[in-house]
Design a protein around this ligand. Sequence first.
Ligand code: DC
Length: 221
Amino acid sequence: MINIAIDGPAGAGKSTIAKMLAKELAYVYVDTGAMYRAIGYYFLKNGVNSDDVETIEKELSNINVSIVYQDGEQQVLLNGENVNGVIRQEEVGKMASATSKYKAVREKLVETQRQIAREQNIIMDGRDIGTVILPDATVKFYLTASVEVRAKRRYDELVAKGEACDLKEIEKDIADRDYQDMNREVSPLKQAKDAVLLDSSYLDIPQVVAEMKKKIMEKLS
Ligand code: DC
C-alpha cells in the first residue's frame, strides 16, 4: 500500500492540501486530528478537566473512536455517533491539543490509524504520522508556515464568516498550540528525518499540491 504522511502545525493548510492531493491521486484521505478532536469532545461534553489524568485514563475505556466514509468524506464516529458537525469548534481543538499529550490517549488511536493505512492507499495528516504512526511511509512531508501567516489566514476565514476576532489573539492561540504540540513528552510534533520540508508561507495551495505530487511521482517511478 502507498502511505503518504503529512505532519505540521495547526493552520499550515494540511487538511486542505491533503484532501486535494488525495482526490488527484485517488487515495483515501485520513484526518487524524479529527480523531483526537472526537476524544476532546467527549471530555468536554462530560466535564472532564484536561489536567485530570486519572479521570481521563479511566474514561478512555468508555470511548470508542472510528471512522467511516460517506461520499468520499471522512466521518468520525464517537461511540457510534457521527460527531463531524461539532468537532471543528475552537474549544474542541484546544481540548484535543491539551489531552493528546497523554500516552493513554495516543495509545487509544495508534492501532486504528495503522490499520487504516494497511488497508488502502492513503494520505494521512497529523502531528506524529511520519515519526511514530507510519515510520515506513512511502513519502513524508512536513508542512509549515510562519505563525503570522497562519494567523492571518485564520483571521481572514473568520472575517469572511462574519465572526468578530482579533488578529493578535489568534496569533497567541496558534503560538500556544504550537508550543503544546511540539513540547509534549509523547510523540511531539517534529519533522521526521526523512521528511520533505515545505513552507506554505510563500507557496499557495496549488503550488504545494503540485510539489507534493512531484515528489510522490518521483518516489513511485
Ligand atoms: O489537526 P487538528 O487541529 O485537527 O488537531 C487537533 C489537535 O489534536 C492538535 O492540536 C494535536 C492533536 N493531534 C495529535 O496530537 N496528533 C495527531 N496525529 C493529530 C492531532
